[in-house]
Design a binder for this molecule. Structure first.
Ligand SMILES: C[S@@+](CC[C@H](N)C(=O)[O-])C[C@H]1O[C@@H](n2cnc3c(N)ncnc32)[C@H](O)[C@@H]1O
Length: 245
């Protein structure tokens, strides 16, 4: 079991979350904020070529090919979440129904948020809608942490560009690096300072960067060594006292 008292600010783990999550003590996580693979590869329409930028394909990466089912996470999510905790999961239109089917009956409330990307990938064939919205499934029980002062802060809609500029890591470049603006908004309303935030699909550590900048503590798990190392580097300005080898 992980000794949570030893985590002053963050712990990054290189490994498979299905194994590593078993080492997290019961009821210890205040906010699960994660971005699992979307399994979009089968919807790929092939590479799109542009003369002003590199090719785009929604066949994202090897890690997106492995089918992960919401049911695989239910027991561990419920076990590690504190009674006042919240869960936010980035997902897409073809998965939101599956998350709802498995999780709605297990929590007091199941809702969703929409992140509208102000600069979505263009559709040069002009054959369909742009993919400008991403969904975030969210759930909690009565008595959960909720921080807001005005109803206007609580629209289930947020607008932000996809991650770019200085914020976007160049090497390694992660195809689905999430913007800090969206992550910080969720962390602010769904946790308190010093709370423990878990992202078991950490990628290049975006949830960690957002959580630590808001004085939360963080546990991140990532299976890909290059992304894990990029997270270590990205978060090194925040004090860590333990990392896996
Ligand atoms: C959608 S990306 C997350 C990107 C992240 N939100 C960011 O901003 O960098 C999903 C990540 O989960 C990782 N992953 C896939 N399967 C995993 C597993 N079983 N355990 C841990 N990480 C996994 C992938 O390597 C990938 O980096």
């Amino acid at each position: 079991m992980i000794n949570l008292n030893a985590i002053e600010s963050y712990l990054l783990i290189h490994g498979d979350c299905m194994e590593e999550m078993k080492k997290i003590p019961d009821g210890s996580i205040d906010l699960i904020l994660c971005d699992p693979p979307y399994n979009l590869a089968k919807y790929s329409t092939g590479n799109m070529k542009f003369n002003w930028r590199s090719e785009i394909n929604n066949d994202l990466a090897q890690w997106d090919l492995k089918e992960l089912s919401p049911a695989d996470f239910l027991d561990e999510f419920k076990r590690v979440l504190s009674p006042t905790g919240n869960i936010f999961i980035f997902t897409s239109y073809h998965m939101i129904g599956k998350w709802h089917e498995v999780f709605d009956k297990e929590f007091d409330t199941f809702q969703f948020m929409v992140w509208h990307k102000t600069n979505p990938v263009p559709n040069i064939r002009k054959s369909s809608f742009l993919n400008s919205c991403e969904l975030i499934a969210c759930m909690w029980n009565k008595g959960h942490t909720w921080n807001f002062s005005k109803q206007s802060e609580m629209h289930n809609f947020i607008e932000a560009p996809i991650c770019m500029g200085q914020e976007r890591l160049k090497s390694p470049k992660h195809p689905t690096q999430k913007p800090l603006k969206v992550l910080k908004h969720i962390i602010k309303i769904a946790s308190n300072e010093n709370d423990l935030v878990l992202d078991m699909f950490m990628g290049v550590g975006s949830t960690g960067a957002a959580a630590l900048s808001l004085n939360r503590r963080f546990i991140g798990i990532e299976i890909d060594q290059e992304y894990y190392k990029a997270s270590l580097k990205r978060l090194e300005s925040f004090k860590s006292i333990k990392t896996s080898p």
